[in-house]
Design a protein around this ligand. Structure first.
Ligand SMILES: Cc1cc2nc3c(=O)[nH]c(=O)nc-3n(C[C@H](O)[C@H](O)[C@H](O)COP(=O)(O)OP(=O)(O)OC[C@H]3O[C@@H](n4cnc5c(N)ncnc54)[C@H](O)[C@@H]3O)c2cc1C
Length: 354
């Protein structure tokens, strides 16, 4: 018997959707990573849960267990503007998380009625007019399945999006690089670094236990690694102390410059979370968008499997508006002159006592 719904990707969007779908649907959830395995790799992420995402979890009745959190909890953003040679601190409230443990917790909330296929990589799909035939690989072998609806919850590099909507515009894509270093220095802030010689987006530092993460969202070209090295040198020169490198990781990161690059789907395929293009173009915060879009998609699918798309599209119009608003905010953050003026004015900044 074919599935009613096949979800590709068990990140925050896919897990939330699988959790909220009507138990009467026959649902399959696939992820290429075996997220529950002890040696599973985490998605490359800063692992900061922003207030919007905290609020959405709260609204859905989800209380984060302390096992998901890692020290230190961060109440300040240290903003370093290398273009204008200014630093300021701003108050923000994030949960500092272990991203893999967060995903494992989200997975643990999925009802047993959902078939979980971890370690399975989605490859192809084709709409027959009645259902969607799709293939995936597991341990080198190819398997085929079918479903009435296929969901692309497979993140910024979504293969579902590329397969079903090959001609649709993609949001601008950055390559994010993160390196982990040993550190004894627990920094009580999240570092946000602006430097137009490195990227027209931004870079960051986050401490997690005995690890310092240095990350950057860089233009997708062959200078990305050189620019990342330059960032590290500048940070060292600026006094950042860190030890031996533990690992380097990377991921594609979308930056939707206009809402025309958001695709919610069609009558047999829906896109959700970053696969649809839902991610903040100003901060790259994507978890709240993943949770919210999944919530809306679940409620549209629970209403009707056949007419869900127009309903979903309507339900996410507020999310699109929020992306539009974040794009309007970008010049204040990313135009060096405007940012310099704002930071010099010390508007909304926090005086530190250390
Ligand atoms: C470096 C970096 C740092 C970030 N930091 C933050 C942060 O601190 N806070 C924040 O809110 N957001 C952050 N984001 C954004 C955030 O990670 C994403 O927007 C969010 O995870 C999107 O959730 P999602 O469920 O849509 O997709 P994802 O979390 O990307 O999940 C997609 C899932 O699909 C699976 N998948 C992909 N392709 C296939 C396939 N072919 N077959 C099967 N499975 C597949 C993947 O394994 C993955 O589990 C960051 C992003 C990057 C790149």
């Amino acid at each position: 018997m074919p599935y009613d719904i096949a979800i590709i990707g068990a990140g925050p969007a896919g897990c939330t959707l699988a959790r909220l779908l009507d138990k009467n649907y026959k649902v399959l959830l696939i992820d290429k990573r075996d997220i529950l395995a002890e040696n599973s790799n985490s998605k490359c992420c800063g692992g900061l849960l922003a207030p919007d995402a905290q609020q959405m979890l709260g609204r859905m009745g989800m209380a984060i267990p302390s096992s998901v959190l890692v020290d230190p909890q961060l109440f300040l953003v240290r903003t370093i503007d290398f273009d204008n040679r200014i630093e300021r601190y701003y108050q923000r409230f994030y949960f500092n998380m272990d991203r893999l443990v967060f995903e494992q917790w989200l997975l643990s909330k999925i009802p047993a009625s959902v078939d979980l296929a971890l370690g399975c990589t989605f490859k192809t799909c084709e709409y027959t007019g009645e259902d969607v035939r799709f293939s995936f690989t597991y341990k080198g072998k190819t398997y085929k399945e079918s479903a009435k609806i296929i969901i692309g919850a497979d993140g910024g590099h979504s293969l579902v999006r590329k397969s079903v909507f090959p001609d649709k515009k993609m949001p601008e894509t950055y390559v994010a690089i993160q390196e982990w270093f040993e550190t004894d220095n627990s920094m009580p802030w999240y570092g946000a670094i602006f430097d137009s010689t490195i990227t027209d987006f931004y870079s960051w530092t986050i401490t997690k236990g005995k690890v310092l993460i240095i990350g950057s969202a860089l233009k997708k070209n062959n200078l990305a690694l050189d620019r990342f090295k330059m960032l590290k040198m500048k940070l060292r020169d600026n006094g950042l102390v860190y030890g031996k490198k533990i690992l380097r990781e990377g991921a594609f990161l979308l930056r939707p410059g206009s809402i025309s690059s958001i695709i919610t789907g069609n009558e047999y395929c829906a896109l959700v979370g970053e696969a649809a293009g839902f991610i903040s173009p100003s901060s790259a915060e994507g978890i709240s968008f993943a949770l919210k879009s999944a919530y809306h998609l679940a409620s549209a699918l629970n209403e009707s499997l056949y007419e869900f798309h127009s309903d979903y599209s309507k339900k996410v119009s507020k999310l699109k508006l929020s992306l539009f608003g974040k794009n309007l905010k970008c010049p204040a953050m990313y135009n060096r002159f405007l940012r310099g003026m704002i930071m010099r004015s010390a508007l909304m900044s926090t005086d530190t006592l250390f």
